[in-house]
Design a protein around this ligand. Sequence first.
Ligand code: PHE
Length: 450
Amino acid sequence: QSSIPLKINGKEYESNPEYTNVSSTILNLCDRSLHLKPSHPVGILRQLIEDKLNSTDHAYTTYANFKPVVTVEENFDSLGFPEDHPGRSKSDTYYVNDKYLFRTHTSAHEMECFSNIKGFPKYEQSKNPTEKPGFLISADVYRRDEIDRTHYPVFHQMEGARVWKRTKIANGEEEPQHIVSLREDLQKLKDQLANEKMQIVVEDDTSLEGNPKQSYMTDLEVELCSQHLKRSIELVVAQVFNKRLESMGMESVSNLKVRWIKAYFPWTAPSWEIEVWWQNDWLELCGCGLVREEVFKNAGYEPESAVGWAFGLGLDRIAMLLFEIPDIRLFWTLDERFHSQFKAGQISSFKPYSKYPGTNRDVAFWLPEEKECKPIHENDLMEIVRNRAGDLVESVKLIDSFVHPKTNRKSLCYRINYQSMDRNITNEEINDIQKHVREELVQKFGVTLR
Ligand code: PHE
């Protein structure tokens, strides 16, 4: 079969009929770089976090221009994802071909950024050598997912990481140099946290039961590294949520409750997630952990030569809460009534300019019998709607599902909510979209419409 090359961000890629599932919707979104716009909520948040983390010891190189297409190796293999991890499937990830995909997280660039750091073997040949022991990567990331007010196939993450080169204890020293540095670096963070207007009240899960450390690290290294990681993230939380309160006119010292929960990621151990108590609910903010040695080795490091941490933080959901943005599609609008409301360095509340009425349409169908074809993945249905309706679709929800007692066939009914953020929609245009969605469901999945 002959394949048509795909041109993405100025580069050509072979397409592959078995793998390629990236749509024109995605191709049209992949050079918007919202995180680089100084007065876009996502860009404002990125800048606030970068500035805060670099205010302690200027330890972080910032990367914000990585292109979204990466190799399967970078996104999954180098991070120790098992072969059968669901994240690798075509129903969850946009593939360009069998080797390239749209990154599903900023961790895809960890290996490269670790190899740029001075003191480690690849530094000399690196195209972007840096003396800083840490980095912050912000970028757009891509996932095939459901459609609702908080999910969009493109969103933004910031990756943070920090390493300490391990040293042997020298004559006359009480502790190896890297332990001394870790202690000093940690103390600076603690001092800074103590001076914040927003005081973070922490419920910390430090037990390593069910969340084991790596054997090459000493207990002391684990202790100091984990604390440095957790205090760094708490500093970000203090900064961001304090900015929010300031903009609401509250100037006094206040408290914010956070808790650390055990987690699992293939490339960190131990791992955690932080949750913040905000508007009467625990809000999950970011995943993190101590970097596994495999990742360091993949970045060219000698065995057991480094200790360090990494975190990955989703910018869009935090921005939605802080700026009071009711629908994630607003981030992508070109409407000046949205963009004129925000200023670099400030977290202000969004004032809806108008709520345009929506309309919904149901689509009900019998699934084909299982022997006749593969089961439909819900994300594939979402993709059909997304590609037909673009940003006119607000949400798609399964509202009914049953199995016919006699024929054993399964019926599903989805409700599609259509609504525009920027204008009134007409019945005619929605009917036309709906007609195409229905036809495509029949063509692609062999369903029988009801
Ligand atoms: N990449 C992870 C995610 O997308 C977050 C993460 C980053 C976790 C770094 C641990 C370390 O959920």
